[in-house]
Write a protein that binds this ligand. Structure first.
Ligand code: BES
Ligand code: ZN
Length: 455
């Protein structure tokens, strides 16, 4: 093991350069104009996997290719097998003008590597590849078999991976799945995540007059879609932060007193959190702490809102339409399809007769909750402790990784969520960065993990 650790230390600066190469691909899955960039990024990753000694192939899908890369299998007895999942696609970088340096021209400042996707998820999955490289290049025997599954559609709901898992069930059968795509409260608080929220996405398009109208000539005699949509949206949440869709909270599993107590022990204060977010006052569902609100309670968010004229100067119109993109974050035992049914029923009831409302439902994922007491979770905690030199914490996360439920359904495998992102990594925001200490510790964590899991 010492050889592995020495190798990781000696090669850090090359690893950082490789991460820069990886981040340079604008692999934005939401935007069709980047299709070729995703392909190029996948090909780069394939070559990289081969260069470090993995047996790798690109699997085409109806969307972006999936990379499968395996450690050389031992001819002797069956060893434990783990799947390591990651994604090479990234969120859109917009708004570009808020980036201090271009999002796909990685820049290192102190211990931070800036670039879209540096933290979510390229730096995190590269850390695992580097850990395995250290075993393979030093001739150190890995105590288990590993299969990397790195996809290019996580940020758009992993549409094609579920089908792939189904058709490759035998090849991917494993003892557990390992994912580093979540966060840690700080470098002194490495974390094992035991719950993720689910998600249900939908879009509202509200149409009024057949064209933009002169607001002086016609305004007052016709409903304004921007106003009607705002009023509709405003009805979906009350002033106490409760979602008003009938049935929305039915079946929501309450938080146990024990869990609430554990959550209250996590580091950080409300006032520091408020300052960090730059808001004048925190807001959330009444009766819950910010940690509970953002990880263990369901929410509704407007992700985008569009209507009328937003260019320079003024343009006096009644816009012909208004639209909004929304997502609901879900907790056990909410189901995205059922929730979307409730949303449709409620909106149809409250939409005014003066406009036409179209509702498009998008991607969905169920919430995830796994017991942190099993032997695999214990092994992960030992690996975290060894790599970070601090006692790990158990956390819930508010984000979603849709595919974890499919790993359970199709491979019958639980997922170990051991992320490396810091709260200030700016995932999905301008100036995303990855901390290079997280990168290095993540590699160590990977190395220890395979040992601990095989014990
Ligand atoms: N890495 C995130 C998920 C995440 C972030 C989980 C932080 C826990 C803590 C992932 O890349 C992501 O952003 N997922 C999307 C999924 C969606 C597009 C279906 C999300 O949560 O918005
Ligand atoms: Zn993401």
């Amino acid at each position: 093991m010492q050889k592995v650790i020495d190798y990781l230390r000696k090669n850090q600066s090359r690893f950082v350069q490789e991460l820069c190469d990886y981040v340079r691909f604008p692999s934005v899955s939401a935007q069709p104009q980047h299709r070729q960039d995703l392909q190029a990024c996948a090909e780069w990753l394939l070559k990289h996997c081969e260069a470090i000694g993995l047996q790798a192939r690109l699997c085409p899908t109806d969307g972006n290719p999936i990379i499968i890369a395996k450690t050389p299998r031992s001819p002797s007895a069956r060893r434990p097998h783990f799947v390591v999942y990651g994604h090479y696609d990234v969120q859109p970088a917009e708004p570009f003008d808020l980036w201090k340096s271009p999002p796909f021209e990685p820049r290192i400042v102190g211990r931070s590597l800036f670039g879209r996707g540096a933290s979510d998820n390229k730096g995190q999955n590269l850390a695992h590849l580097k850990a395995v490289e250290a075993f393979l290049k030093t001739g150190t025997e890995l105590p288990c078999d590993l299969t990397f599954v790195i996809e290019g559609e996580e940020e758009v709901g992993s549409k094609n991976l579920a089908t792939f898992l189904k058709s490759h069930r035998a090849e991917l059968r494993c003892d557990a799945v390992v994912i580093s795509d979540t966060g840690i409260p700080s470098l002194k608080h490495p974390a094992l995540t035991y719950a993720l929220r689910g998600i249900a996405a939908f879009e509202l398009i509200m149409r009024g007059p057949s064209r933009d109208l002169h607001s002086g000539i016609f305004g007052g005699s016709v409903d304004n879609p921007a106003m009607a949509l705002s009023q509709l949206l405003a009805q979906l949440r009350d002033k106490h932060g409760r979602i008003t869709i009938p049935g929305f909270y039915d079946g929501v599993a309450p938080l146990s007193a024990y869990e609430r107590k554990q959550m209250s022990r996590l580091p950080g204060s409300d006032s520091a959190y408020r300052k960090f977010l730059g808001v004048p006052k925190l807001f959330g569902e009444r009766g819950f702490t910010p940690t509970e609100q953002r990880t263990a309670r369901p929410t509704l968010e407007i992700n985008g809102l569009t209507s009328g004229y937003q260019g320079e100067g003024s343009k006096t119109i009644v816009p012909a339409w208004a639209s909004a993109k929304l997502t609901l974050r879900l907790v056990p035992n909410q189901n995205p399809a059922q929730i979307i049914k409730l949303v449709r029923r409620h909106l149809a009831k409250i939409a005014p007769p003066t406009v036409r409302l179209e509702i498009k439902s998008g991607h969905g994922a169920e919430p995830y909750l796994v017991s942190p007491t099993g032997p695999e979770a214990q092994a992960a905690l030992r690996a975290l402790r060894a790599a970070f030199g601090h006692e790990p914490v158990l956390i819930r996360e508010g984000g979603s990784i849709p595919i974890v439920n499919d790993f359970k359904k199709h491979l019958h495998a639980d997922t170990l969520l051991i992320g490396l992102a810091l709260p200030d990594d700016n995932a999905h925001s301008p100036n995303e960065k990855f901390n290079l200490d997280c990168f290095a510790k993540g590699q160590l964590m990977g190395a220890y993990l395979w040992q601990e899991l095989a014990k």
